[in-house]
Write a protein that binds this ligand. Structure first.
Ligand code: GLN
Length: 494
């Protein structure tokens, strides 16, 4: 049998069900891959003992003929999902000793389906970043390297550890979260599939909050089919999250191969931006041809408020973050400063020591835009723009069923090359933030390589709660692109 670490989620599921491999064998192989890949720093916490226990329990269930939808399949979990009894850091010093007494709904759903936890993946601190360089636990390195250099590249962010873990074959699939692009951007630059569901599709209960009106959990996988499988199991309406929505969760896998014949695909002209790599524009045009060749109808559409999306996001997200992060005060949980003289001193020192610079920057911006005198000028105007951005999509969907855009303006960049310039870093999300502001579902699918051999992705954006069509169109891109390049596992030789 082929190397089990190279299995897709669907292949592993079918092999486990057919008893061609036990969960224990599969889990041991992936634990080995996680250990071998430590130079990539993709995990904050490895949980091999728990994984082996879960695998044994799964094997016992399989022997009795009781097989959950993800029975015995090892996954990696972004360290933003609270996992009962397993340290959950959000990539931050302030939570570096935090062991949650409860489980997030999304991860509970996965364990209920029989999945096995390999560990918690590294991420930008509190999910703020696009390169995984703001983590208190150090940067993650992209498994991919360019043909012309051995420089370490970022895996994107904030779900950079999950992206590296999937791309580097350390797990079958992983969870991520996406507030402005943090599933799709790392997926695109690491050559994997990443799906941000509609806001409300997955429960946010037990996910450390960044910007509550934008945050969504979603799957990061090797294939579109795997994303279809995982999304169905992550999604649920949840009485503990009043923003989760009670709509049926379809069997996405059943329709993933239905093709795009007759589907109207919109091409938004505003997504041709200055500074995007020429490879990206060329790939985008290829995507248009691929979908046309499979019977889709291509229509030009306009999303006129796109240029306001990044400024709007960088008001709304920090505003919500500043309020969400007020709870880290050194009193109830998390890092507590020593040698303090009074309660104010305790707050100030704990927060100064606990939060890194990017998080501090966001808290400052957020409190500024919410403060009296500036609230109307910034926060209220951003909310109005958010409505206009959402309305652009409603108008576009009168003419089309999905939109096709690039996923990122360029490929993975060198570690350190953008960290001194926050605005350059924020531009990574130019194609993804609109989707969060409008609450829509979107998928990034690997579609080609740059001339230097680095992966690039295309994005399909859909109507609210129409992930099924998003997956179908994503699958059509995947079929046409036939992207089967894999990163050389240089860390194994190191
Ligand atoms: N890169 C964006 C930010 O820094 C988005 C992050 C995210 O989606 N969590 O805020």
């Amino acid at each position: 049998m082929s190397d089990p670490t190279s299995f897709t989620l669907a292949e592993a599921r079918d092999a486990v069900r057919a008893k061609k491999i036990s969960s224990l064998e599969l889990t041991k192989a992936l634990i080995g891959a996680v250990e071998a890949a430590r130079p990539l720093n993709a995990f904050v916490t490895e949980t091999p003992e728990r994984a082996l226990d879960m695998a044994k329990t799964s094997d016992a269930r399989i022997a009795k003929g009781e097989c959950g939808a993800l029975e015995g399949l090892p996954l990696a979990i972004k360290d933003l999902f609270c996992t009962k009894g397993v340290r959950t850091t959000a990539g931050s010093n302030i939570l570096s000793n935090f062991v949650p007494p409860y489980e997030s709904t999304v991860t509970q759903n996965l364990w209920d389906a029989g999945a096995v936890m390999l560990g918690k993946t590294n991420m930008d601190e509190f999910a703020m970043g696009s390169s995984n360089e703001t983590s208190h636990f150090g940067p993650v390195f992209n498994p991919w390297r360019s043909r012309s250099s051995n420089a370490s590249l970022v895996p994107g962010g904030s779900s950079g550890g999950s992206a590296a873990a999937v791309s580097g074959s350390m797990c079958l699939a992983a969870t991520g979260t996406d507030t402005g692009g943090s599933i799709r951007q790392p997926a695109a630059v690491a050559g994997i599939v990443g799906l941000k569901p509609t806001y409300g599709r997955c429960s946010r209960y037990g996910i450390v909050a960044f910007a509550s009106s934008l945050d969504q959990a979603g799957p990061m996988t090797k294939t579109v089919r795997d994303a279809a499988i995982l999304l169905r199991l992550m999604a649920s309406v949840d009485p503990r999250d009043s923003t989760s929505v009670d709509v049926p969760v379809p069997d996405y896998e059943a329709s993933v191969d239905s093709g795009v014949k007759g589907l109207r695909v919109g091409i938004p002209k505003e997504y041709r931006v200055d500074g995007a790599s020429p490879d990206i524009d060329a790939l985008w045009m290829k995507g248009v041809e691929w979908l046309k060749a499979q019977g889709a109808e291509i229509v030009d559409v306009s999303l006129p408020h796109t240029k306001y999306a990044l400024p709007t996001y960088y008001i709304v997200a920090p505003a919500e973050a500043s309020s969400n992060l007020a709870r880290y005060d050194g009193v109830r949980f998390g890092h507590r400063a020593k040698d303090v003289c009074d309660i104010t001193d305790l707050y100030e020192k704990s927060r100064a020591e606990g939060f890194g610079r990017e998080v501090q920057r966001r808290i400052l911006i957020g409190t500024y835009v919410l403060s009296s005198g500036y609230y109307d000028a910034y926060y209220i105007r951003a909310q109005k723009l958010r409505s206009l951005i959402a309305r652009d999509f409603t108008e576009a969907y009168k003419k089309c069923d999905v939109l096709l855009t690039p996923a990122t303006p360029g490929p993975a960049f060198a570690v350190g090359s953008k960290s001194a310039d926050p605005v350059a870093m924020y531009l990574n999300d130019v194609f993804t933030v609109t989707v969060n502001l409008a609450g829509l579902p979107a998928i990034a699918v690997p579609a080609g390589l740059t001339t230097d051999g680095l992966p690039l992705g295309l994005q399909i954006i859909g109507r609210a709660f129409d992930e099924a069509t998003v997956l179908r169109a994503g699958r059509a891109i995947e079929v046409a692109a036939n992207f089967n390049a894999k990163p050389a596992q240089w860390w194994r030789a190191a």
